[in-house]
Structures are given as C-alpha cells and as structure tokens.
Write a protein that binds this ligand. Structure first.
Ligand code: FCB
Length: 488
C-alpha cells in the first residue's frame, strides 16, 4: 500500500481561512464510509444478499453495471485501511455494519464469522487510537426482509431492533457511538418512490409507510441499544436534511420550499425530537389519500432521547412553486443521494415543485457548491431543535480526479470544498449551533450507489484494478487542518 502522507503537502493550497483554529480541541474530526460501498467479499464467510446486491444486478440500475462484489476489498485489507485512517490523524472513523453479514437473512442466528470482522475492526481502531463510530444501517437491507415487505412492512422495524441488540452484544463493550440509520429519506424515497435506489420500487404510499417504519425502527433500536449496553453509550441518527430555500420571494416559491422542507427535513426531525409529525405534511398526505401507518404509542417510541443528530450535507436547493415552460420537472430528475434530498421527490411523479439551479459551480455530481447552506442548515436545526448536539456525519464532493502517472491526485477543487465547508461549520458554531464534530465523506473512493465507481468522493484515491490506495492532496490538507486545530 502506498500513502502519500510522507510527501510534503507544501503544494496544497492554504485553506481559505484558518478554519482549524476556530474549533475547540475536543471537536471530533473523522472520516466516513459504509459497508456495501467499500467491503466487497459479498459472498464470503456466510454473508447473504442485501437489496443492493440484488438491485445492482438489474440491467440499467447502476452505472456501468457496477456492483459491490469487490468494491475496495476492504474486508481483506482492513488492517492496512485502519493504518491509513490513523495516518490521517482523525479522532474517529464512522463505518456501517453489514446486516446480512452479521445476521444472514435478517432474522435468527448470528453469523459468528461475519461479526468477527467488525470485532477485529473495532480492536484495530482502538489500538490505533481511533474512536469507532458505528452506523447500524446504511441501506443494505437483507434481501429476505425485502421479500417479506421491506421497510413499508412494520415487521422490518422489529427485525432491525433485534439486529441492533446483536451488534450491541458483541461490540458494546468497546463502541460508545451508535447511529441507528443513515439517511432514512434515501431509503424511503429513493428506494420505494422514485426507485432510483434499491430495492427499486415505485409506490408513493409505500415510501411514506417506509418513512414511518424506518423511524419506528430507529426508536425501537435506540431503546434496545440503551437497554442492552454494558456501558454508557451515545445514540443518534443521521439525516440528510434538505436545505430548501425559495427561488424568489413569491408566495408560490415560499410554499414550495416549505413543502420540500416538510418532506425532506421535518417529517423526520419533528417526530424524532418533538414526538409528532408536522401538520402541513400530514394534511398534504391526506389530500393525496395517504395516511402514515402510525399505531398507538409509536410516536413516543420514535421520540427517544437523541444524544446527537448526525447531519449529512452536500448542497442546497432553491424551489419554485410555479410551472415553467420547458423547465425540467424536478420529480423526473435523477435523485441518487443526499444532495438531491428534496420534497418534490415525494410528490409521486407530480412536479408540484421544481428545483431552480442558481448557477453556482457544481461538483461531478452536478450538485451546486453552496457552503453557506451548511451554516444555514446547522443554525436552523440548532434553533428549531435546541438541546440536541449536532455532528456533521458526512460532507464532501465528487470531482473528476486525474491521477498523474504515479497515481497522485492534486485535487485542489475537493480541498477547497472541504476548506469552505469546514469554515461554514465554524460560522454555524459562531452563530450558536452546538456542532461537535465533522466527518469527511469519504475516507476513500468507493461504490457510489447508482453511479457505481464512476464518481469519486474519497480523500484517498483507490486504483480499483490494483486496489492501491493513495492519499490525495485533500487528504493531506484534511490531516494538516486537524493538526492545526489541535494546536489551537
Ligand atoms: C450520501 C450517502 C453516502 C454517499 C454520499 C455521497 O447520501 O450517505 O453513502 O453516497 O451521499
């Protein structure tokens, strides 16, 4: 394995500001990944299929027909990858557990060989002084649970709580930080409404049922984690809250942004923190003949105390509520990831709102680069949901990296993206938001869902044919930024 950490980072541009010095020494710096995106070893040691194994085999579902069979081969290269993480000088590593590796089929016995992998990973991280931050569910539902109804079925929430207990039993003596779900919006809306993500279903009512059962699953899992934890733990959830602004001051645009905010943010944050679904969202659903399948007591289960709220941020959207001739209806547009997390996706193919590009520079995902939106999102969450510590659990950018002949990547664009967004986090803190950590997405290039291996988000470059890892300029900058921050 080659890393570039020894190379001088003199060539890296200085961050636009001395962002590092604006954070306290206990601010948590980390890098993030997820299981299906990096592990590979898809059928090893008893792992069974997840919905992403199945979906990626549907012709046309994933760019280039890519899948996660090998990915970054992290399952076999884990020790070296942990060394790489430690070399970046981060405090924490956020990774997810593969449910079908640990509990094949999603119910019943634990697969000892599967959980042993995470046991080794956690031990190795701790040996290298890196805090393990576990996400229980980052989209890889066991296929058998999908066959039994998936997230639109209530039983999946109970299966998820059982899985949480299994993970706690085996890892809870060493893992303190637990995230239940990553971006339930993506699971529910991309998975069951637009069909852009696994399992690729397209039914608006089902997607709204999935929202409720994901939240219920979160609440049940949070309860179970706390009941079974051998030591005090921190439990939270990660959302890709939609930062929705009106395209103009017109009433129709303000209403459109409000609707996007309702379906992209408040339908999650309100029940989680306040214990109720937002009335405007419930009313709109009722008008469309959809009822969330809430049973007596569900909302108090969902509203478990949150030790933190994880926020994944990539871009901001401006919404218009009026139709425009020839305008591309946003509900038709690609919506693969959190950058596209917006309410219009929930509009069942009806373009009630549309996203109006603002002409900001874009990343390789075509997502506009809007660091001010991160400040806006964090301060808004801090104001509307006070008392919940915030962590940026993902932020980063895909660019068309051009490695030189040695595989080095001088990604000044990504470096600038990080510098600006970290500065935006500092601004949110200055404005009073209780933001306590920041995780770069991603540790390394990986399987970017519907985009396959085409989009690279890593601060470490992966040459897939050889699996060689090379720290990019942005990775060196990130390491140096943490160092500067520690020096105060
Ligand atoms: C988020 C996902 C993550 C990655 C980034 C780009 O929506 O959580 O897995 O795909 O977007």
């Amino acid at each position: 394995m080659t890393t570039s950490l020894d190379r001088s980072s003199a060539s890296a541009p200085e961050p636009r500001s001395d962002a590092g010095s604006r954070f306290p020494v206990d601010f948590l710096w980390g890098v993030a990944t997820s299981a299906y995106q990096i592990e590979g070893a898809a059928s090893e040691d008893g792992r069974t299929a997840s919905i992403w194994d199945t979906f990626s085999r549907v012709p046309g579902a994933v760019h280039n027909g890519d899948n996660g069979d090998v990915a970054c081969d992290h399952y076999h290269r884990m020790p070296e990858d942990v060394d790489l993480i430690a070399g970046l000088g981060v405090d924490s590593y956020r990774f997810s557990l593969s449910w079908p590796r640990i509990q094949p089929g999603g119910r019943g016995a634990v697969n000892q060989r599967g959980i042993a992998f995470y046991d080794r990973l956690v031990d190795r991280l701790l040996e290298r002084d890196v805090l393990p931050w576990v996400t229980l569910y980052h989209w890889d539902l066991p296929q058998e649970l999908e066959d039994a109804g998936g997230w639109p079925a209530r039983d999946t929430a109970y299966r998820f709580a059982d899985f949480a207990e299994i993970a706690m039993n085996r890892l809870g003596d060493r893992v303190r930080w637990w995230t239940t779900l990553n971006e339930p919006w993506c699971s529910a809306v991309l998975g069951y409404d637009t069909g852009r993500h696994a399992p690729g279903r397209q039914d608006f009512g089902d997607s709204m049922a999935a929202v409720h059962h994901l939240l219920l699953g979160h609440g049940l899992a949070a309860q179970r984690l706390r009941e079974t934890a051998p030591e005090p733990i921190q439990v939270g959830i990660t959302l890709n809250t939609t930062h929705a602004l009106p395209a103009t001051d017109a009433d129709a645009d303000r209403a459109a942004a409000r609707r996007a905010d309702g379906f992209g943010t408040r339908i999650y944050t309100d029940p989680l923190v306040l214990g109720s679904y937002p009335t405007d969202v419930v009313d709109e659903l009722a008008a469309r003949g959809v009822r969330l399948p809430v049973q007596h007591g569900d909302l108090s289960v969902i509203a478990q105390p949150l030790d933190f709220l994880g926020v994944n941020y990539y871009t901001t959207h401006y919404f218009s509520g009026s139709p425009e001739e020839d305008a591309e209806a946003s509900a038709e547009g690609p919506a693969e990831s959190s950058g596209e997390g917006s309410g219009e996706q929930a509009a069942d193919g009806v373009a009630l709102t549309r996203v109006v590009p603002q002409g900001y520079p874009v990343t390789a995902m075509d997502w506009e680069i809007t660091p001010f939106g991160l400040t806006g999102m964090l301060t808004r969450l801090g104001a509307d949901y006070p008392g919940v510590p915030l962590y940026v659990t993902e932020n980063g950018a895909a660019f068309d990296d051009r490695p030189d002949q040695d595989g080095e990547v001088e990604d000044a664009d990504r470096t600038a993206y990080f510098a600006e967004h970290i500065e935006a986090v500092a601004a949110a803190r200055d404005a009073g938001a209780d933001v306590r950590g920041y995780f770069a997405w991603s540790l390394m290039d990986n399987f970017e869902w519907g985009y396959g291996y085409d989009k690279r988000f890593g601060i470490v470059h992966v040459d897939y044919p050889t699996q060689k890892r090379t720290v990019k300029q942005s990775g060196r900058w990130f390491r140096d930024n943490i160092r500067r921050n520690r020096q105060g």
